[in-house]
Structure formats: C-alpha cells, structure tokens
Design a protein around this ligand. Structure first.
Ligand code: DGJ
Length: 731
C-alpha cells in the first residue's frame, strides 16, 4: 500500500520503493510538507513541523498569522497572504486582486495514474505499478479548486506531481502562475546541479552551493532550450556518484519552464518547478480547468549515479512508448554533414549503395528535399517534393533505397514557415506575430501558430501526403528557432498570453496525431541539435538528437550531462567525418564509434568519400554496436570518469540488470607523460561473483576485486584513444 492516510494525525504518507513523502493538514487547513527522504516506519512525524514551538500558530496566536504563513513549509504555497517566499500559485481575479488562499478540502487515493489532458506524462506498467493521491484544495473566495496530484511508483524511488485548477465559481479568473511542484526542505545544506549550455554544447553539468536568495534555471524561448535543461538536482555537499542524498527534479514539458531554489531567512530551501510565469497567463471561465504539466521527483540515498539510473528506468519503461520502445534502433546514415543542402537523388543513391554494402540499415534524407530549398532561406511549410533535386519523385527514390535492403527516413521541420514559401504567401497570418510589429527572423524563418487547429490540420495533411506517398519508416522532427513576438491572430486579447503554452500543446497534439496515424514510423526529435531534449519529447519519440556537435571528445561531456536524467538509449549519436565540422578536431574512427555506440548509433558522413580505412572499419563497428546494444539499452549505466573535473580521460560502464555481464569503456582524451597506466575501479558488479574479460577467459577475478581494487588500464599512445572491455560472469 504505497499511500496511506492517518486520520487522527491528518497525515498522508506516500511510499515509493524506499522513499517516503509525507504531508499533513496543518492548523488552519493549510497543507504542510513534512518529509521527503529515505523510508521510515509508520509514525507520527508532526513534530517536524515544530507546531508546538511555533508561537505564530493561528490557533494560539492569531494576532500574528503572517509569521505562521511565512514559516510553515507549504505543499502548494499561494501568493499574497504573508508567505513571502516564492509562491507556487498566483491569480488575478475580476476585481484585479492577486491574493489567493488554497486550503485543504478533501482527498482521494486510487490505484494507477491518471493521464494529463493533452500533456505527456509517465504511466503505470505491469512491472511497475503505482498509486495516486489527489488532494483537493479550495479557495472559496476566488471560486477555485486545485487538485494536487501525487503518484508514487512502487518499484522506483519516484514521485510525480501535477496540478489541475478548476474554476468552480461564477466569475472568470486569470491564473498568472500555476507551478507543478513545490518542496519546502528543512535545510539549506545543498548543492544545486544544473545542465546548462548553448548550441553544440548542450547539458554541461554545473554544481554550485546554494546561497541565500533565489537561484534558478529557466527557459523563456518557447522550448526547453539549449541553454538550460528542465532538470535540477539538489544534493548534500558531500554527495558524489556513489554516496550522499540527492533529490532529482525533471519537468515533463517542452516549453518555457522555471526550476528555482530559494534559501530563506531561516536557512530552509524552497524548491519550485513549473511553467515559467514570465509572460504567462491563463483565463479560466466558470467551469473550465487548467492542467499543469508533470514534475518528476527522484530520491537517491546513494548519490548521483543511483538518481540517474532511477530516471533511466522510469523513462525507458514508464515514459517512452511505441514500437521501438524496447527495440534496437536501425543503424542509420544521415546525409546532413555529408552534403548539407547540396544533394539530389543520384547522390543519395550513391550514399545508400555504399552504406548498404557496409551493413548500414537506413538512409535518412535530411533538410533540403522540399519546396525549392537550396539553403536555409526558403520553403519551410511547403512540404512537397523539390523535383529538381529529387528527380523521379520520392517514391522512386525510396523504392531504390528499399531495393538496396535499406529503410528510408525523412526530415521535417513542421513548426516553421519561411517568408519565401507558398504557404507564407497564402497565409502570412499563420505565423506567430504581433500585429504592427516587425517580425524577427531567425535562420530566415518564422514560427507557425500552433495554437490554431487550422494550422495543425494543414501541416498534418501535408505531412500525410508525403508519408503516404512512399515507404517512409523514420521521421526526424526538427525545430530550429525559438519564439519571438509571441502573438496569435486567432486568440482574443485576454487570451494572448496563453500562446506560449498553447503552442506547446499544439506541438504535442500534432506529434500525437503523427505517431498514432503512423505507429510503425520511428520518430526522432531534434531542435537545432539538442534544444528540446526533455521528457515531454521522449513521450512522443524514443530518441532525440543529442547535439549538432558530433565530435567524439565534445560528445563525452554532452552525453555525460545528458545521462544525468536521460537514458543513453534515447541519445541520438552518430559517427561523423574528420576534421569534425563543429570543432575541427580529428579523432580516431574507432573512438568515434565507441562514443556513438552508447547512443542510438548511426553515421553522419559521406560514406563514398571517407578514407578507405574508415570505410573498412564500418562493418566491424556495426558488429560491435550490435553485440553491446542490448546491454546499453537495458542495462544500468555507471559513470566513472567526469570530463567536467578532469578532461584528460573518461570512462563508463553498462551492467546487465542481472549482473551477468558488463561493458566497460575508457577514453584517453589526452596522452600524458608518466600517466601511462591507470587504476580504474569498476562499478555495479556482483561482489560475490567471478568475472573474466572476454579476451582473457583464463583470468577470473571477483566482482569485489574488480570494484575495490580495480583494473589497470595500460597506457595508450596518443590523444583520443579508446578501449572497450567486456566482463562476463563465470558460471
Ligand atoms: C539542425 C539539426 O540538428 C541538424 O542535424 C540538421 O537536421 C539541420 N538542423 C538541418 O537544417
């Protein structure tokens, strides 16, 4: 029974595997946060709220209720009643007032997990069941109800949260902030870990000690962004990969977000996560409701590694869907870095012919096949074949590729419109815009107004024409600019600020439509590289292009940071040509393969032009990928090296769930004098079993020795060298 209610103490307790989350209806019918951490026996933990010490408890001292409001740890704090910490909820009522006051009304506990209307969310599976607590809060004066929805997973240290606000009054009300989660921690002794970056260097790990005041990461770009990922971990100062208490938070949303930690005057921490309220408002007419997206909360009592593995399990099993969820993905070759816009049918067939001989399984035709697109300055929205390039039409190209024994995939950027397009000529009003203001170009394109059903219907019908015209088995869904001049020609003035969120809902709706209509198609998300690598997107696509930076060394950091909460099996990773197109670095072909092999794997190069020795290496590389892919897709990941701390080497492992085998990878980034042998302690093995490395079956060592004493990695000559080892448990 993961959720219980102690009626006399008025305490709710959620048990998620080894984690407890406890809340209480406190004096005044305020909902207070009591505890979040490692599981404890059933007992009354009300003492943690210090209500008896609190001179400000309204029951005993109503002359200073404001102080009670400013000190109680709230589950869902409202604005304007004396709690001067950041609120989770704020309104603007018809009288122009912003104070609001949600108090406990009732609760419901039920098996399973509800879907969130129009939004991606984790779900229950047969293997990992869950139970849900729904607490209804009410603001009688404003005529609002808020359902705080908590789900506890029985086999994972995971609790998810979302909020549904309903207008049960007579008058309309405007919501100006509806965050999804708030946790009032009783300490400020935390480090905050965030994933920050830019184009081509996404999700760099940054760790800072919390300080007084507010520290946050956010996006106001209309997408989750290259710059900040909707992920935060709060951890003990001493926490590392293997030890220490860690709280991981991730937002299942692909638009504007905020994740903020505030250290208060009393050295406590309020953590908040939700849709960014900058430029947000949502009008609720009487009877209407608003659903805030899901926030995932993971607790680990054994460091960052365990936190990440919990996220990986949750997302692999309880978020990612579709036919490819548990399947090896086809090994693809994408023509972007091979040709950019300069390709035609013959070129693509040449690439496919060579690729098919080497064992590559799918050709992906990237940007430039539609309208009259020869560079990034035209044709977005004109989703019909550019005959000059694709002479003979799409079907004949796809048939040719299929005849070679390869699948065919195609690129779309469905949310965009070029000023130089037939679509823009016909429907300039379909671009997101503020009437009378100059529209800001980015990559010479505008963004379509996805709050409009007619726009989504049109794009779907254009995509459908293409998808029905040939045997297409993969889509790369790109999004190459952020939103500006955010206004819609279809919304009334008092709903314009809803556009940011309506846009994201529109994107989700179209992705849902495409994936439902074409369940056999593998969808890979992408946003100028990895600007939308978030759990919202993972609900629709089992893989996301990680970054436009395909350099094997840069990728070490990018994939490490991404692995904080996202599984490797979802990371789009390709072997590309050298010197690398983003950083100009030349790395060995083998190292490029070893780095890409722990992602979805594929090639992004002109296979007809690369050096013969690289071409010759491809079949072996594919064999290696095939050999280890199941382990990478389903095993537990252990990070060993950390390029953010020591950029001369990196290392990681994937260990089978039953501990029967493990893949170990080591990258010597810089060759260094007198550092020619390194002792590396393995992780995640069974200490009591004996293992041998596949190439030396005669040497058997216990898991305990391999993990406590370690192995010697002999020196390698040169920079960017890699080594992989396969440990197998002896029977
Ligand atoms: C950005 C993507 O990340 C690239 O892989 C490529 O598809 C280009 N867009 C095409 O415009």
């Amino acid at each position: 029974m993961p959720i219980s209610y102690n009626e006399s103490a008025r305490i709710f307790k959620l048990r998620a595997k080894d984690t407890d989350y406890i809340l209480k209806v406190a004096p005044g019918e305020y909902l207070a946060h009591v505890y979040f951490g490692k599981k404890v026996p059933d007992e009354d933990l009300t003492y943690l709220l210090r209500l008896d010490e609190n001179p400000f408890t309204p029951e005993t001292n109503n002359r200073d209720k404001a102080c009670y409001m400013d000190t109680l740890p709230f589950e869902y704090p409202c604005f304007g009643l004396g709690d001067y910490r950041e609120p989770a909820f704020k309104i603007l009522d018809e009288e122009g007032m912003s104070a609001c006051d949600l108090r406990y009304k009732s609760y419901r506990i039920y098996k399973g997990k509800p879907k969130l209307k129009g939004l991606p969310a984790t779900f229950e599976t047969e293997e990992s069941g869950c139970e849900t607590l729904e607490i209804t809060m009410e603001d009688k004066h404003a005529g609002l109800e808020a359902a705080l929805i908590y789900t506890a997973f029985d086999r994972l240290d995971v609790i998810t949260r979302s909020v549904i606000v309903r207008n049960i009054g007579e008058k309309p009300c405007t919501l100006t902030r509806v965050y999804s989660a708030c946790v009032d921690f009783d300490t400020n002794e935390f480090d905050m870990i965030t994933l920050n970056g830019s184009w081509a260097r996404e999700r760099a790990v940054e760790r800072c000690r919390l300080h007084h005041g507010k520290q946050s990461v956010d996006s106001m770009r209309g997408e989750s962004s290259h710059q900040n990922n909707p992920f935060v971990a709060l951890c003990e100062h001493k926490a590392d990969e293997e030890s220490g208490e860690v709280y991981g938070f991730n937002f299942v949303y692909s638009g504007n977000f905020i994740a903020q930690a505030e250290v208060t005057q009393h050295k406590k921490t309020r953590f908040l996560m939700g849709i960014n309220d900058m430029d947000f408002s949502w009008r609720l007419e009487s009877g209407e409701e608003f659903t805030a997206p899901e926030a995932v909360m993971v607790h680990s009592d054994a460091g960052l590694g365990k936190m990440s593995r919990t996220f990986h399990d949750l997302y692999r099993n309880n978020l990612i869907r579709g036919e490819y969820k548990d399947k090896r993905r086809p090994i693809l070759i994408n023509n972007w870095e091979a040709t950019y816009f300069n390709f035609n049918t013959e070129k693509l067939i040449d690439i496919a012919k060579e690729a098919s001989k080497l064992g590559i399984e799918m050709l992906v035709m990237d940007d430039g096949w539609f309208g009259h697109r020869d560079s990034d300055n035209s044709s977005l929205g004109d989703w019909f074949v550019y005959e000059k390039k694709i002479s003979g039409g799409l079907k004949s190209l796809v048939d040719e590729v299929n005849k070679l024994g390869m699948k065919f995939g195609i690129w779309f950027e469905p949310e965009m419109i070029s000023p130089d397009s037939e679509l823009y000529k016909a429907h300039p009003e379909w671009a997101i815009q503020v009437a009378g203001r100059e529209l800001t170009l980015c990559r010479e394109q505008y963004v379509l107004d996805y709050s409009r059903q007619d726009v989504r219907d049109y794009v779907f019908s254009m995509m459908k024409n293409i998808l029905d015209s040939a045997n297409i088995e993969y889509i790369k869904w790109d999004m190459n600019r952020q939103l500006t001049e955010v206004g819609s020609n279809a919304l009334p003035a008092n709903r314009q600020r809803e556009l940011w969120h309506r846009y994201v809902l529109g994107v989700y709706e179209l992705m849902d439509r495409v994936t439902s209509a074409y369940p056999h198609i593998l969808l890979e998300n992408c946003s100028g590289g990895g600007a939308r690598f978030d759990p919202g997107m993972l609900y629709y696509s089992p893989q996301i292009w990680c970054s436009d930076d395909t350099d094997a060394v840069e990728r070490l950091k990018i994939q490490y940071g991404t692995s904080m909460c996202y599984p490797c099996s979802a990371m789009g990773a390709h072997v590309s040509d050298c010197p690398n197109h983003t950083v100009g670095r030349t790395t060995p072909f083998a190292t490029r393969g070893h780095v890409a092999m722990v992602g979805t794997f594929g090639y992004e190069l002109d296979v007809t032009k690369i050096p013969q020795q690289d071409r010759d290496a491809i079949p072996g590389q594919i064999e290696e990928f095939n050999k280890y892919n199941k382990l990478v897709r389903t095993g537990d990941q252990y990070r060993i090296g950390n390029m953010f701390e020591d950029n001369t080497w990196d290392s990681w492992m994937f260990v089978a769930k039953d501990k029967s085998e493990a893949l170990f990878e080591f990258i010597q980034v810089l060759g260094r004098p007198n550092e020619r042998s390194r002792r590396i302690k393995l992780k995640g093995l069974d200490p009591d079993r004996y293992y041998f490395e596949e190439s030396q079956p005669e040497i058997k060592l216990s898991g305990a020795a391999l993990m406590n004493c370690g192995i010697n990695i002999g020196g390698m000559w040169g920079d960017y060298q890699s080594k992989i080892m396969h440990f197998i448990a002896a029977e």
